[in-house]
Structures are given as structure tokens and as C-alpha cells.
Design a binder for this molecule. Sequence first.
Ligand code: GLU
Length: 459
Amino acid sequence: MSKQNIVPLEIESMNEELANFMANLKQNTPGEIEFHQAVEEVAEIILPYISDKPEIKTAKILERLTEPDRSIIFRVTWEDDEGVIHTNRGYRVQHNNAIGPYKGGLRFHPTVSLSILKFLAFEQTFKNSLTGLPLGGGKGGADFDPKGKSDREIMRFCQSFMTELSKHIGPYTDVPAGDIGVGAREISYLFGQYKRINGKFTGVLTGKGLSYGGSLIRTEATGYGAVYMLEDMLAVKGKSLEGKVACVSGSGNVAEYATEKLIELGAKVVTLSDSSGFIYDPAGITREKLDYIRDLKQVRRGRISEYAKEFGVEFFADKRPWGIICDVALPCATQNELDGDDAKKLIQNGCIAVSEGANMPSTKDAVNAFIAAKVIFAPGKAANAGGVAVSGLEMTQNSIRLGWSHEELDKRLRDIMLNIHKQCVECGVEEDGYINYVKGANIAGFKKVSEAMLAYGVM
Ligand code: GLU
């Protein structure tokens, strides 16, 4: 049998188009593995989507979107408590501002590289578009490791970092926020330094403290949002979170608030993790135990293994939680923390839904496995958009010089997540009724950005 008899012609030529597209990208950006991974997921969906849209194809919108508007790389020199001088590399990738100022977090982690930040900034553009708010996409950070550093060292690093970054950001230009390794403490030091350099009190960062322009719900938003998404996805199937067993990874802000919301909605969370391993608590993490984790992680900055000792549960060193039996899974740690084998284990164990609290935590093999098994799967750009959405609401509140109430903001967050879910369904429902949220999120996110880019002409 010839090949044409097995693979329909249009699929074959589409595969070829994708292969050529990726080959070009890889040639232009050698070694940027994470960036290639993020682009491939989008191109695989957008190339067929635009095949009958000549205006988008000839305007080369997708090609333009794979080149950030600019990537700024700078030296950050700082002095530790012993007077030793250190130099790190700082970045800001301003990906796309077609629909609003560049917006996205800052990550401080030793693995930070141009490839990681380009993938994150690329994802952010689609994610921010999905929120329905006027936000472009960007991401930044440094290869600085906050682990084990004193408060003073963090302060000096943040001040040095912002001294350079401040030249490139502004409330109408680029509005950074937190991400891994950048929480309330770091945002405060960064905002203080920006204000000192510019002499202006403006909403140039989000995730600020409540006493100086921050928004209620911002801390909770990413985790809550990922659970709201899960709730909406299950509702389509006539199911709820009540009584469901959940595996959550991570133990930072996203994992903590996802756990809090899961508990509130009647689910039992049995795992949490950090870079040293995971804990398995078959009885379920309670609100009291969650308070312990908050103190452990945010105040004492300790390891998750201490939870196992404190509550007499098992700790699995250097392992990931995906082999534990669960109904729903929320990867909330970091990119590529759930691979094809992990996905197979989850599927075999009867997991019915996955909501990504982190950015690109599932590898391509894992995503393919979930979709092939018709598992309900929400990619990070849809599921974790609640964080940046409330950042957008923080910008609005800063502009109108008002602060909304907890209830008002939670309602707005809930509505935004519901609307993201709706857009995913509209653009992602397959012929057999399966909702492909990856397809839905990519097409819905792309639509708005491409429309704006087309309107601006060639630039
Ligand atoms: N870092 C978060 C994200 O990945 C939040 C970004 C923001 O609030 O600007 O979406």
C-alpha cells in the first residue's frame, strides 16, 4: 500500500508544512528547546486553522509571533553579606504588545535562560489574550538562585536588577509581576527601587503589597483559577469536585491556593511536592495542614519533607507524584514536570481531568497521551490565566485609584475563568464531542492577537 493510501493528502501536506516551519525556527534559534516545544504545540494547531485564511497566511502572522519584539539581556552585579561580589544575567523578553502593554512575570531560578523566557513570553501572549483584558505578553527574570539567600542579599539583588530593568518598563510599556522565585518580598524590593529611580508612584509592577497599590485576590488567583477551570470542565460532563481525590505538585503560591480551593470545593488533596520530592498524605491535606505548609514554605523557607515528619506521612525523595491514584491532577510546579510515562500512569489509574497550574508542566508526549485517551486536559495558558487576569485587574484599580473588595475581585476572576472555558469550548470542540482545550486555547488566544496585528499593517 502506498503512503497516500494510509495518510490523507491534506494531513500529509500539513505535516510537511509543520515540519518545514519547525525546521526554519530551529535553524534560527538553535538550542532553544523549550521555546521550540511551546511553538510547536501552537503551530500544530494554528497552521491548519489558518490554511483557509489567506490574509493571515500572507501577512505571516504566525512567523512574526515566533520572533519576540525584543529580548533585553543585562548584567546584574550584587554584593553578598560577606562582601563577595557576584554577577548574574538578567532578562526581559518583550514578546508582543499588539493588544496591550507587555505583561508577564519575572522568574529568579538558576535554570533561567533565554530559551525558557522566550517560551514563557510566547505562552503569555496567548494566555493574556484569553483573559479578555488588554494585556500583551512578556517575561523576564534572572539565573539567580534565591534559595538560601538572606533578606538583605535578596534586597540588594532586586535593587541591582531593577536599576537596569527600569529603563525598559512602565505602566503603559511593560508591567512585570512575580513567577517562580519572585513573590511578595521580591516585588516589594523591585517596586521600591523603581519608585526611587523614577520618582513616580505608578502601577509598573503587579503583585504589590496591599498597602502600596496591590490587589486583593492576586496571591490566590492562579491557584483558584486553575481549580475554577477544572470545575467548569467537569461541569460539562455533569461532574463536580466533591469527593474527588487530587494530586497536586509544587508547594509554592499556585499549589497552595489550588489546594485551598480544592478543599473548599470538597476534593481531597493527597500530594504536594518540591524539588526534593513529594509527600503523600492519604487522609488528605486539611486547612490546618495547609497553614503549616504556608509557614514552612513562605516564612521558614523549608523543605516539603518536613511535612512528612510533622504529620507522619510518607515522603518520596526525588520522585514526582503522578503514580499516586487520583481522579484529578494539577501540575503546579514547573515546566516539563509530567512526562509521557507519568501521563500513562495517571490514565491507567483512572485520572479523568488535568488542569495545569504551572506553565507547560506536561511534555508533548504527555499532552498527546491525555488527548488520545480523551482525558479532560486544560493547558497552562488557559488554566493558569487567573493570576495574570487579576494582575490586569490590579492595573485597572491602579489607574482608577480605587481598590475593589475581595468579593468583587473573586467574582471577576470567576467570570474571567468561565469566559476562558467558554472560548476553549467554542474553538476546541472536536467532531466526536471531545473538547480539545489545547486546540481551543491556542485558536482563541491567537484570534485576538492576529486580528490586531493584521489591523496594524506590516510592522
Ligand atoms: N507569572 C504569572 C504567569 O505565568 C503571572 C504573570 C503576571 O501576573 O503578570 O502568568
